[in-house]
Design a protein around this ligand. Sequence first.
Ligand code: NAD
Ligand code: WQD
Length: 351
Amino acid sequence: MRKTTLITGGAGYIGSHTVVRLVEAGHRVLVLDNLSNSCVESIARLEQLTRSQIEFIEGDIRDPLLLDEIFSAYAIDAVVHFAGLKAVAQSVRKPMEYYANNVVGTLFLCQAMARAHVFNLVFSSSATVYGEPARTPIDEALGTGKPANPYGRSKLMTEELLTDLARSDSRWNIALLRYFNPIGAHESGLIGEAPNGVPNNLLPCLTQVAIGRAGELTVYGNDYATVDGTCVRDYIHVSDLAEGHLKALERLHGDHGIHIWNLGTGIGYSVLQIIRGFEDVTGISIPYRFAARREGDIAQCWADASKAGRELGWSAQRNLGQMLTDSWRWQSNNPHGYHAPIAPLLAVAGK
Ligand code: NAD
Ligand code: WQD
């Protein structure tokens, strides 16, 4: 049987871009996703993009029987684990859902992997585990801090769970990839970020204004000690992240223990610089207004990703202009995400 990489959450934003890159690199992939924040149309788009059939199972990582069936039916030799919930504000309202999906879900997944003697795992972590950083740029030696919300704490707890697991049994090879701020979309405009519900992140909020779904962008805080008073982040193209997963996966085979790699560009941009950059590449004016600081936001952070450069031979290749152009191509080609616009009732009735 051909070796297969299981991709949990592969119908989602970062997972789908990673599926494309792995298939391009010759990997056989199997996607497991419960579609709680994605839809099956993204799998159809992946098939269109890769010109191949993508094996997909709709199901939950917290279903041990399903996981056992999957591991016995396929020759899985590694798991790239994206499945989880990621909306910070929702995590404050529904913390148990975040701990159940993100922490318990990972625990069930690792237990099933161990039963199947599969010990290679790439995990989607986040720069949120650094909390309020004592210095920028942030390198992996800084150590973790105190994340400001249940989402961030679920990522930190999962990192700790995985670290304990790798220490307890030397067969485990685990990569913790700490992403900074993923934006952009595949250059084809066929796949991109399509969150269910109201977006929280800057780029989806900004593109909603650009397509006319929202009248103005709210900029949270203009009194930070930064270049222009607005928060600074390290935005990274999702296709560069996908490449980072490929490199981490290839490095894990034959390795052992736990590895931590930051995936960022090393460059910080303020919210106002993002707005102006978007206006420059699209020619669309973005009305905005300043509001109070958003609770839990840190003033600025960007990555020192040189460890991934040295150890994986990876560095981000796409600049801010490409990130914003690709975000806009995706959003303007797909104003309703993966869903076709709903036809007005009268038109449906043929009246
Ligand atoms: P996403 O919501 O687009 O993708 C996650 C996918 O997992 C979705 O398709 C969802 O349906 C699926 N899923 C959720 N719970 C599941 C479960 N219990 N069983 C099976 N499938 C489940 O999110 P994304 O932006 O692609 O993020 C992927 C991963 O990267 C997440 O773990 C997220 O926490 C992490 N991450 C994201 C960001 C970001 O800003 N997007 C930054 C750092 C880390
Ligand atoms: C960026 C900047 C906002 C929306 C979050 C998670 C983090 C990680 C990435 C998963 C901030 C400002 C935003 C808006 C604004 N996710 N903003 N108006 O907060 O850096 O990180 O996503 O792991 O864990 O916390 O990203 O895109 O939400 O915000 O002014 O309408 O844009 O205040 O300064 P953040 P973001």
